[in-house]
Write a protein that binds this ligand. Structure first.
Ligand code: GLC
Length: 537
C-alpha cells in the first residue's frame, strides 16, 4: 500500500496507523497455548496487508506474569515463554524489512517484586538501593501510612518485615512503585531505554504514565463525591495525591531527552485524563510525549454530540504543533464491538481512520471481535481476581486469542489456548473475513488504504460541521484536497444538511452499496451508516 508523498513529509507516528499487539494472544509459535515472538514473526503479513505503519507490542520481558508482563523482573531480557533476545532482534529486523516500525512497552512506574533492584531495596533501610522504591513508616498508631488505594483494590501499601516499613504499589503488591524522585532511578531506567533504542526499537508506549510521581508529603486522598456503588474501590477516593501530579511532565521530558539521542523515535503514553491534562504531557515546548493517549472514546458515551464536543475540546486544548490520537480499545477495557454493538463498531472504524489524529488499533478490533466469555475457573486477570464481579472489570474478555482461521484452536495454537477463544471464532476469523468484502477486516483495509492515499485524511485539518440529531459530520482538508465524513450514530435513518458536501462523491461507506453516488446538500444516511465524501476544488 502506497503512502501519498505529501503525507510522507510528516513523521511516521503522525501520518501512520499504530497497532497494539498483545503477545500472549497474537500467535502461539511453540505449541504451549500462549502467544510468543516466534508466533508474531509468522503472522507479520496480516499487519502488512492491513496497512499498519507501526506496531506497539505489549511486554515480553522476564516476568513472573502476575500482571501478564507488566511486572518486569529484568528489563533487558526476554521472558523464556516469549522467546530469546536473538528472536527479538530478528523480529525488529523483520518488522523493519516490511517497512513498519516497532514500539515496545516501557513500564517505568513499577517493577516486579522479584526484580533484583527490589530484592536489594527491601533487604534493609540502608542498602545502596534503599531509596529506589516508595517506602514509608507505619502511621503513628500503626498500620498503613495513609488511605491510598491500589487500582486493583485494597490498600496500596504492603508490609515489609525486614525494613519494618511499607512499600507503595499503585497496582499489585507484587508491582512495587519505583521512586522517580531519586535521580539514580531515572538514570537506570534511561539506560533501559537506550538498551532497546540501540537495538533498533523505534519508540515506547509508556505504561501508567500519569502515576509516576506521588505526593512527597504522603497526604490522604479526599473522598470522591461522584463514587457510585459497584465501581472499583479506588474510585471512592479522588486520586489527586497519587496521579497526574503537575511535575510528572518533567519525568516525561527526561524520557524525551533520551529518545532525542536517536533519530526518528517516538513515545506514546498511557493517561486516563481530561483533554486539558492530556495536553500538558506534550510538554510546553513539545518536549514531552509525542502522543499522550486520548482515551475518551473508551471513557465517554458514544453519542454524536459528545464526540463532536470531544473533537472541539481536544483541538482547542492541543498546544501549537501538537498532534492528536484516537483509541477505541486496549487490553484493559471491554471491546468496542461489545460496547457499541457490531453495526456501530463499523461507524466507529470509519471515525477512527478519518479523524484528525493517529489511529491506534487494538488487536482483534480489525475483525470486529466481541468480548470473550471467560468462565470463573478460567479467569486469569489479577484485577478481576482481587475485585471479582464488578461491571466491566474483567480484562480477560478483551485479551482472548486472535482467531486466524476456522480450525479447532482457530489457527492460534495446536493446543487449548491460555484464554478461551471468542465463541464465534468459527466464522469471525482472519481467513473468513479476508474472503468477505463486507467483513470488518475488509472495511479496515479499505479505510486504511484511503487514509494512506489522501493527505487530507492522514494529516489534514479538521472542522466539525454538526453533532446534532445523531449525526456527526466533519470536514478534512489539506492543500486542494477536501473530504466530508458523515456518521449516523442512530439505529434508524437520519439526514443532515451539509452544504459543504454538496456535489461531492461518496468514496467509501460502512456498508458497500453507495460508492460513486453524488450527494446534494442534504446527506441521507441509512441506520448505522457512515460515508466518506470526496470533494474536488
Ligand atoms: C497499564 C496496563 C495494564 C497494567 C497496568 C500496570 O494500565 O495497560 O495492563 O495492568 O498498567 O502495569
Amino acid at each position: 500500500m502506497q503512502v501519498h508523498p505529501a503525507s510522507l513529509a510528516e513523521p511516521w507516528w503522525k501520518r501512520g496507523v499504530i497497532y497494539n499487539l498483545y503477545p500472549c494472544s497474537y500467535m502461539d509459535g511453540n505449541g504451549d497455548g500462549w502467544g510468543d515472538i516466534a508466533g508474531i514473526r509468522s503472522r507479520l503479513d496480516h499487519l502488512v496487508r492491513l496497512g499498519i505503519d507501526a506496531i506497539w507490542m505489549s511486554p515480553v520481558f522476564v516476568s513472573p506474569m502476575k500482571d501478564f508482563g507488566y511486572d518486569v523482573a529484568d528489563h533487558t531480557a526476554i521472558g523464556p515463554q516469549f522467546g530469546t533476545l536473538a528472536e527479538m532482534d530478528a523480529l525488529i529486523a523483520e518488522v523493519h524489512d516490511r517497512g513498519m516500525k516497532l514500539m515496545i512497552d516501557f513500564v517505568p512506574n513499577h517493577t516486579s517484586d522479584q526484580h533484583p533492584w527490589f530484592l536489594e531495596s527491601r533487604a534493609s533501610r540502608d542498602n545502596p538501593r534503599a531509596d529506589w522504591y516508595v517506602w514509608h513508616d507505619p502511621a503513628p498508631g500503626g498500620g498503613p501510612p495513609n488511605n491510598w488505594r491500589s487500582l486493583f483494590g485494597g490498600s496500596a501499601w504492603a508490609w515489609c518485615e525486614e525494613r519494618g516499613q511499607y512499600w507503595y504499589h499503585a497496582f499489585l503488591a507484587e508491582q512495587p512503585d519505583l521512586n522517580w524522585r531519586n535521580p539514580a532511578v531515572a538514570a537506570a531506567m534511561h539506560d533501559v531505554m537506550r538498551f532497546w533504542l540501540r537495538r533498533g526499537i523505534d519508540g515506547f508506549r509508556i505504561d501508567a504514565m500519569w502515576h509516576l510521581l506521588k505526593d512527597p508529603l504522603f497526604r490522604d486522598n479526599p473522598p470522591n463525591p461522584d463514587f457510585k456503588p459497584g465501581e472499583p474501590a479506588i474510585r471512592e477516593l479522588l486520586q489527586i495525591r497519587i496521579a497526574d501530579l503537575p511535575e510528572t511532565v518533567d519525568v516525561v521530558r527526561g524520557f524525551r531527552r533520551v529518545l532525542d539521542e536517536f533519530p526518528d523515535r517516538a513515545t506514546i503514553g498511557e493517561l486516563y485524563l481530561d483533554f486539558d491534562r492530556i495536553c500538558a504531557y506534550y510538554g510546553a515546548a513539545l518536549d514531552g510525549c509525542n502522543l499522550p493517549f486520548n482515551l475518551h472514546l473508551i471513557m465517554d458515551p458514544w453519542k454524536a454530540d459528545v464526540v463532536a464536543r470531544a473533537i472541539e475540546t481536544y483541538e482547542a486544548a492541543l498546544p501549537e504543533g501538537a498532534w492528536p490520537n484516537w483509541i477505541f480499545g486496549n487490553p484493559d477495557n471491554p471491546r468496542v464491538a461489545s460496547r457499541l454493538g457490531p453495526a456501530q463498531a463499523r461507524v466507529a472504524a470509519v471515525f477512527l481512520f478519518t479523524a484528525r489524529g493517529t489511529p491506534i488499533v487494538w488487536q482483534g478490533d480489525e475483525l470486529g471481535l466481541t468480548n470473550g466469555v471467560v468462565p470463573p475457573e478460567r479467569v486469569r486477570d489479577p484485577q478481576e481476581k482481587q475485585e471479582p464481579g464488578l461491571v466491566d472489570h474483567n480484562r480477560d474478555i478483551a485479551r482472548t486469542p486472535m482467531p486466524w482461521d476456522g480450525t479447532t484452536h482457530a489457527g492460534f495454537s495446536t493446543v487449548e489456548p491460555w484464554l478461551p477463544l471468542t465463541p464465534d471464532h468459527a466464522s469471525v476469523n482472519v481467513a473468513a473475513e479476508e474472503r468477505d468484502p463486507r467483513s470488518m477486516l475488509s472495511l479496515h483495509r479499505r479505510l486504511i488504504a484511503l487514509r494512506r492515499a489522501h493527505p487530507a485524511l492522514a494529516i489534514g485539518d479538521v472542522t466539525v460541521l454538526t453533532g446534532a440529531n445523531d449525526v456527526l459530520a466533519y470536514e478534512r482538508r489539506h492543500g486542494g484536497e477536501r473530504f466530508v465524513v458523515a456518521l449516523n450514530f442512530a439505529h434508524a435513518a437520519r439526514s443532515a444538511t451539509l452544504t459543504e458536501a454538496a456535489g461531492g462523491r461518496i468514496v467509501l461507506t460502512s456498508g458497500l452499496d453507495r460508492e460513486g453516488e453524488t450527494v446534494g446538500e442534504v446527506v441521507r444516511l441509512a441506520a448505522d451508516e457512515a460515508v466518506v465524501i470526496a470533494l474536488t476544488e
